[in-house]
Design a binder for this molecule. Sequence first.
Ligand code: M6R
Length: 586
Amino acid sequence: MCGIVGFIGMPVKGTLITDSLKKLEYRGYDSWGVAFLSKGRIESFRAVGSINKIPKKIQEISSNLAIGHTRWATHGRICKNNAHPHLSSGNDITLVHNGIIDNFSELKTRLSGNSFNSDTDSEVILKLIEEKMDSGSDLLHAVSFAVSLLKGSFALLVFSSIEPAKLIAVKNESPLLLGVSDKGIFAASDQIPLRNFTDRFVFLEDGDIALISKNSFECFDFSLNPVERKIIKVESNVTSSGKLKYSHFMLKEIMEQPFVLKDVLVQDKKNFSEISFLIKKSNLVFIANGTSFNACLFGKEFFSRIAGINPRVIEASEFPYELDFLPENSLIFALSQSGETADVLDSVRKARKKGFKIISMVNVFNSSLVRLSDKVIYLNCGEEIGVASTKAFTSQIALLFLLANSFAGKFDSALIELNSVSSLMQQAIDFNLDSVKALSAKIKSFGDVYFIGRNLNYAVALEAALKLKEISYIHAEAFQAGSLKHGPLALISKGIPVIVVAPKDKVFSDTINNAIEAKSRGAFIVGVSNESNEVFDFFIKLPKVNELLFPLVSIIPLQLLAFHTAVFLERNPDRPRNLAKSVTVK
Ligand code: M6R
């Protein structure tokens, strides 16, 4: 979703801001814009679409104060006027915003004497600041006044040509951090665009206003009482953040899963025992969205099969409706790659208010979820840039398996077993690399693709269907294999692909029977298994592995299937339409 960057420091080229903004592209956006202070005036540029043709005026500009924004439309259609930065009527204040202002209609009514250039909720913030400065306030006090009236989520960057030595950053329930470098001080939605400049970050808290100058910063609460925020040095991630030899980030992230698993498994045994101890005393509830939600389904199965407890799994956007019915000893276990997903954060904040403890499993260092948690397990799988989550998913499954085993006193043996899966994941790639691409060439022509599985493998089917639909835009749906004849079988017609996730386990023959039922109605059956069967029209061959860990190998060719299908259809798997990597609004 929206991404923001800002800079104040020594004069830099305009392309430094556009290049940084490009590093936020992965979050998803439909338009973009930048504003610079140049020769005492604000120069701005906005456009719909991708950041590709950088106008000459930006390439040539030299500026020591700038802000930029990638917009993922919420309030107001996708058009140049709704793109950020917004400019005050006197062209002397400019602002970018990520988030949603819940009371914007109310505020717009209050500001009815003003003329608005956009349909966005963001422009009301600018107008409030402008009004206050027009009545004699300085920029900091005007921002403090404006934000005290706002309800909702907002990360803001603001500067004014009237006070050219200041950049102001505000954070409330939307991500924002500062990066302190030799060139000057940056602000951004996440660390990725700042990695080339610094490893020293300031993680702003909700309710913070930062007053930034070229070589220092001060933080305040919304009433301008000083608050202390420290600079934290963050080591670079384990994997390279570039695409390396791959055409797309998603492909790179799929292919690196076998060796990333080794890094993921470098975990602190004591942390796992402490978390296991907390779980023992509690009613365990998993919450997450999307792929992380699918990973929770494995958590539930692992805990019930290995640890003998039966946790609940609740989609984070539904969690607030369940909150009042949860037992007092509930322990909320939140999974999130980004640690910035709005529904997860909202649920966690509400759960904390009720006095529940929070455990999280997160990839991004010191993200908002981490700061709301009592205990954290880091995925350590390196930056995940592709919108479709891949390596974070396998890392989550591996660590949930490790945690359930830690609970059962088997941390060490589980660690050994998991380490040995790395080479089996590589085999899953090697066996299927070319054949899955050929399968994608067939799948791409279908409007519907179905995935079936039982038990843990139903969760694999769910995740495989999510991958295919989100990047290829083909309708893909998962069913419990046994439920086919209770309705979904009516969808099957000649040639429709049904992908059957069926390892050789005790339910193998039941699942094969369901595949036969679908085939009898004309389906084209793709078997995903470590055992061939005559019902399979196409076989995705997998190595033998402990049945609880089969998902770690079976999901990989299905990720590749989704990837190649999208590429065949000329859809960019890294940036699927309408989607964002980090879903920072509810
Ligand atoms: O960062 P999170 O794990 O909290 O993200 C949750 C979902 O938004 C995310 O998994 C989404 O469903 C992905 N696009 C799936 O590939």
